[in-house]
Design a protein around this ligand. Structure first.
Ligand SMILES: [Zn+2]
Length: 197
């Protein structure tokens, strides 16, 4: 495929009717699905692929024409996944990479993974018990609960649908974000007892 080095080479595939994210696929596979009439374009990249006779809009997001039944896979927890899920934003103070704190530009590498219920008190490596925190907030929190340290969660940490999509989010185009939802799963080892209802 000529010109493929200059185009975005990954496409987000959504399920039919529900538009639930299914996978990240190559442009070649996406074009095959589109040409076979099995999928429709949801978002374009604005880039075109020209062949001798035709011109194809390179998609960024496509959806299957029909719904396929796929089993829900539970997302595998990882530190990188937590940081990407939270957009590298501190859950306590809201500081984000690029901000200037104490005359220093905050970098992604400055962000840490905080255990809301500390590990020393039995907190586990789960999506709902961990969140992105800046070094200052993580240090301030130490072995305390957020309220004990005078810190407040700015959002409720949720379990993503599939971990590889979370990783893809970190490097994928911004337009993908609106199709990738996070959900709270009731898991047995859920240590964050913050349900309000
Ligand atoms: Zn912070």
């Amino acid at each position: 495929m000529s010109g493929s080095t200059t185009i975005q080479n990954r496409v987000l595939l959504l399920n039919g009717s529900t538009w639930e994210p299914l996978a990240v696929i190559t442009v070649a596979r996406a074009l095959n699905l589109l040409m076979a009439g099995k999928a429709i374009i949801v978002e374009e990249t604005g880039v075109f692929l020209r062949t001798v006779r035709e011109k194809f809009a390179i998609p960024s997001v496509i959806a299957l024409q029909t719904y396929i039944n796929v089993p829900r896979r539970r997302a595998h927890w990882s530190r990188r996944g937590v940081l990407v899920r939270d957009g590298y934003i501190c859950i306590y103070c809201g500081v984000r990479p690029g901000a200037i704190v104490k005359n220093k530009v905050v970098a992604r590498s400055d962000m840490t993974v905080d255990h809301i219920l500390p590990r020393s008190r039995g907190g586990k490596d789960t999506w709902t018990n961990t969140a992105c925190a800046c070094a200052d907030c993580n240090h301030r929190k130490g072995d305390k609960l957020p309220n004990e340290a005078g810190l407040k969660l700015r959002w409720e940490p949720k379990t993503p649908r599939t971990s590889y999509l979370v990783i893809a989010l970190g490097t994928g185009p911004a337009v993908w974000r609106r199709y990738i939802e996070f959900e709270s799963l009731d898991v047995g080892d859920d240590t964050n007892n913050s349900r309000g209802e």
